[in-house]
Write a protein that binds this ligand. Structure first.
Ligand SMILES: O=P(O)(O)OC[C@@]1(O)O[C@H](CO)[C@@H](O)[C@@H]1O
Length: 457
């Protein structure tokens, strides 16, 4: 029995799964409010933001009626991803929205929203992202101007200081999540950020320390092929893009099974970063990627984005392009970083993937083999954000002291999570930390005021 289709039962690849799956069936609970308050509010915002025609407005009304009345109905009409959804269904169609796993029902809601606005249908509305107006407003807002200007202070920092600053920016950038703002109001951020509830950043950097590329490469399956230099730094061997161009249509870039550059001791010098939100989260992610490639000598970074609009602000390829353009236009350090990233993209040291499973309603313990191979080819995978965390550890009511290494043991390689806490699931906390958080009386699991950095080697 799979992790995504059961309330209990063993997960694939031995993922432990004896904690109850989180549902949305308790009126007034966080998950219930997402389905009953956040989703209807989002439908209204989508209607307001784009001048839809009667057909699409009617479809949005039908969706609103469906989520209000309560029973999950099948997708209708021609669907390019029918086979996928049949394989991801898990028998929840026909159930009440509240009774399906929260992870599944939320994800299915976003797929239905795209169906309602005709995102996938041939015709004039095909490819019109219903969330684009929100993403644009955020990317061109003053807060992003300030963030980009702040990069001008970076050259004054040494590499260690930059390591820490960048990992924290990438973490707290995750507060900038537009779906969260729908219910939190304003910026969605509490005035105070009490801080980290777990901090494995030292472990992450110790893993990255050994990952400098030497120039050896497995590109094209030939370990004797040296990689080309991408950024002119003679101490850093560049990676060649994977030699096999006959890849699965869902991937952009080289063959996921082919490792890129190698370290001196023959390990993969590849890091995967699984992105979460666009705009003010993706920008610090890109700055971190540049730091890994340029200052830390990592041979290759694989950036995973979503293949279609999801959770309002989740990053897609178009958002990567928009962020790089925004950096170039900002000039200063941001402009320099943007240029280096463009070069890295051109030389294959920065690869982007948009795998269909990135929008699946299932935990990563259910990932397909090609994605599993992709993660296995990296010496470290960094998961960004709340939803990726839920999918990584399983969206279950774990005791919060359950070891992170235990619940991620199924993952095919070293893995780290950078996440602002915006939903109920959490693992890997110390008992004293949990006691103090509970004593605070604050909704620390869901308020976006706390963050965590967790890793296992
Ligand atoms: O993945 P992200 O962008 O950090 O967060 C997604 C999120 O806003 O959506 C869910 C509730 O709708 C929660 O998991 C979380 O608050």
């Amino acid at each position: 029995m799979a992790d995504g289709d059961s309330r209990k039962g063993p997960g694939r690849f031995g993922a432990p799964s004896d904690a109850p799956v989180i549902l949305s069936d308790v009126p007034g609970s966080f998950t219930w409010k997402v389905l009953h308050d956040r989703h209807p509010a989002l439908i209204q915002k989508v209607r307001d933001a784009t001048p839809y025609d009667p057909e699409r407005l009617r479809a949005l009304d039908l969706l609103l009626g469906e989520i209000t009345e309560g029973v999950i109905r099948p997708l209708e009409g021609a669907m390019h991803d029918r086979d996928l959804w049949e394989s991801w269904d898990r028998g929840h169609i026909g159930e009440r929205w509240d009774d399906a796993p929260f992870l599944w029902s939320e994800s299915y809601f976003y797929r239905k929203l795209l169906a309602a606005v005709g995102y996938f249908d041939p015709g004039p509305w095909q490819g019109i992202d219903p969330f684009e107006p929100f993403k644009q407003a955020e990317l061109f807002g003053e807060a992003v101007d300030d963030e980009l200007r702040a990069l001008d202070g970076f050259p004054a920092l040494d590499v260690g200081e930059r390591d820490q600053a960048l990992i924290l920016r990438a973490l707290w950038g995750n507060r900038a999540d537009l779906v969260f703002r729908i219910s939190a109001g304003g910026s969605g951020l509490a005035a105070q950020v009490p801080g980290l509830v777990a901090d494995d950043s030292a472990l992450i950097w110790s893993m990255i320390d050994g990952l400098s590329a030497t120039g050896g490469s497995l590109a094209g399956g030939n370990p004797a092929v040296g990689g080309g230099l991408a950024d002119g730094d003679p101490t850093v061997g560049g990676a060649l893009a994977g030699g096999d161009s006959t890849v699965d249509g869902s991937l952009v870039g080289g063959d996921p099974a082919v490792g890129g550059a190698l370290t001196a001791d023959g390990r993969s010098s590849r890091i995967c970063l699984v992105a979460d939100n666009a705009g003010s989260e993706l920008l610090p992610d890109l700055v971190l990627i540049d730091h890994l490639l340029h200052a830390r000598g990592v041979g290759e970074v694989v950036l995973h984005v979503k293949p279609s609009p999801y959770y309002v602000s989740d990053a897609m390829m178009a958002d990567v392009v928009a962020c790089l353009r925004r950096m170039s236009e900002a000039g200063g350090q941001a402009g320099e970083i943007g240029s280096r990233l463009r070069e890295a993209m051109g030389s294959g040291r920065l690869l982007v993937r948009a795998h269909v499973f990135s929008c699946a309603p299932l935990p990563y313990s259910e990932m397909p083999d090609d994605l599993r191979k992709d993660f296995a080819s990296a010496s470290l995978t960094i998961m960004k954000g709340d939803l990726n965390y839920r999918r990584l550890v399983g969206d279950r009511d774990w005791p919060p002291t359950t070891p992170f290494a235990e619940v991620t043991g199924y993952f095919p390689g070293p893995v780290a999570a950078l996440r602002t806490l915006k939903s109920e699931v959490v693992v890997g906390l110390g008992a004293e930390t949990v006691t103090a958080l509970e004593a605070s009386g604050q909704p620390w699991r869901v308020s976006g005021t706390h963050g965590l950095i967790q890793a296992r080697s």
